[in-house]
Design a protein around this ligand. Structure first.
Ligand SMILES: [Zn+2]
Length: 253
């Protein structure tokens, strides 16, 4: 839709999650939201950096909000926002949760666009993972690993951890080939494949399907190995990798 055509002010209401914000001028902020029906929404929240602004606290990163937005000629403007779930409150006070949520938000931003009606699946995956992260109860790195695999799978990049990705022989196999699309059997194993062992490959399958019973019981060594492989998949598919990922690689569990 051309912005030039929107001369008369038009407004819409949408719900979504704040992915990030950045400063604009003296007191304003640009809010980047992920919504189920409009993809990414970028809009200005005026005066929110003043301490008296109620809108400012509502439009923090990782808050789930209901917003009224007026379409402007250059930038849309948030005129009203109501908090639906304050996921950002727990997340902002915990360094691990915050850095983890940032990687998820950057991934969601990379996999969606503005005016993108097909972003509903990515929105649902991101919202689910963020709610799980904020609620606690599962290791944040496992929540992230599971989210990353599922977000890639939704884009058609689902790795196969159940069978050999090349010949279909039932697994779990001991080796994984990132470029080849998942686990590989001893006969198909291309050189340069990783060999984390069948228990790590089983964990990867559990992360991809969201089998939390298996994920929570996994051996810490398998969890670390699985995280490394998930990172390799993300880097392969998103080429440049994620800048926010650098911050979490330093976190020791
Ligand atoms: Zn094979």
């Amino acid at each position: 839709m051309s912005r030039h055509a929107s001369f008369a002010a038009r407004s819409y209401r949408t719900h979504g999650i704040v992915l990030r914000t950045y400063k604009l001028g003296e007191a304003d902020r640009i809010i980047v939201m992920l919504t189920p029906d409009r993809g990414q929404v970028r809009a200005v929240a005026k005066g929110v950096r003043r301490t008296t602004s109620k809108l400012g606290a509502t439009l923090e990163p990782f808050m789930y909000v209901d917003a009224q937005i007026v379409q402007g000629r250059t930038l849309d403007i948030v005129t009203q926002a109501e908090l639906k779930r304050p996921y950002g409150q727990n997340i902002a006070t915990d360094y691990t949760l915050f850095t983890t949520a940032n990687v998820m938000a950057e991934t969601a931003e990379r996999l969606t666009q503005a005016d993108d009606e097909s972003s509903a699946v990515q929105y649902r995956l991101f919202h689910g993972a963020l709610a799980t992260l904020a609620r606690g109860g599962h290791n944040p790195t496992r929540v992230l690993d599971s989210y990353l695999l599922r977000a890639l799978a939704a884009e058609g990049w689902a790795p196969n951890f159940e069978e050999c990705a090349k010949c279909g022989k039932p697994g779990p196999h001991a080796s994984v080939n990132v470029v080849g699309g998942g686990s590989v059997c001893v006969d198909c194993r291309p050189s340069g494949s990783l060999s984390p062992g069948p228990s790590t490959v089983s964990l990867l399958a559990a992360l991809l399907s969201g089998n939390w019973e298996a994920i929570d019981l996994a051996d810490p060594a398998d969890q670390r190995a699985a995280s490394g492989i998930v990172t390799a998949f993300v880097q392969w598919h998103l080429e440049r990798g994620l800048t926010s990922m650098r911050h979490i690689e330093r976190i020791t569990e």
